[in-house]
Design a protein. Structure first.
Length: 179
């Protein structure tokens, strides 16, 4: 995140949401950061959320986590076999990787709705060679049939991202605590 220069936007969003929840008097507010580990920066049982508390929380964010497990992309990736090898190693290290595919990026490239479905990652095909009885046969397969990520979500409505992401995080933390 630090490379994409989104840190300032993240700070602004955190401050805005935290302040709004406090003003709405929704009750206690908790804030956590996650990546390689999960750290609660402001628990539900902590002091009320103030500007000073916010400054302390902001200083705790470094945006240098090495093991963030959520990838948000258009889903297009090369060399699925090489990715599978890397993902197996991650699984051995008990790292769960979730891939959120923004399918609306594909649908947007078409002007009419009939064509939008053709551009969806759900209907994309790819050509692959299969070794059958010692000879290579060329065949067409669905792109997602060979998608290397075990856990992925195809999201067509980008505006649903916060809801999908929160549901995904909930399932992620449930799975991590089970292990």
């Amino acid at each position: 995140m630090a490379e994409s220069h989104s840190v300032h936007l993240a700070y602004e969003t955190l401050a805005l949401v935290s302040k709004a929840l406090s003003r709405l008097e929704v009750g206690d507010v908790a804030i956590a950061k996650f990546g390689e580990s999960v750290d609660v920066l402001h628990g539900f049982d902590s002091e009320p959320f103030t500007d000073q508390t916010g400054m302390r929380i902001m200083s705790a964010f470094q945006f240098d986590q090495k093991a963030t497990q959520i990838i948000i992309s258009d889903g297009m990736c090369q060399d699925h076999e090489k990715l599978r090898t890397v993902l197996r190693k991650a699984e051995e290290e008990r790292v769960m990787v979730v891939f959120i595919i923004l399918d609306s990026l594909h649908a947007r490239s078409s002007s009419d709705s009939g064509n939008a479905n053709q551009n969806s990652i759900l209907s994309m095909n790819q050509v692959a060679y299969k070794n059958i009885d010692g000879r290579l046969d060329l065949h067409v397969e669905r792109y997602l049939d060979s998608f290397p990520f075990e856990y992925y979500v195809v999201l067509r409505d980008v505006e649903a991202l916060p809801e999908v992401l929160s549901g995904t995080l909930k399932q992620f933390f449930e799975r991590v605590t089970e292990q």
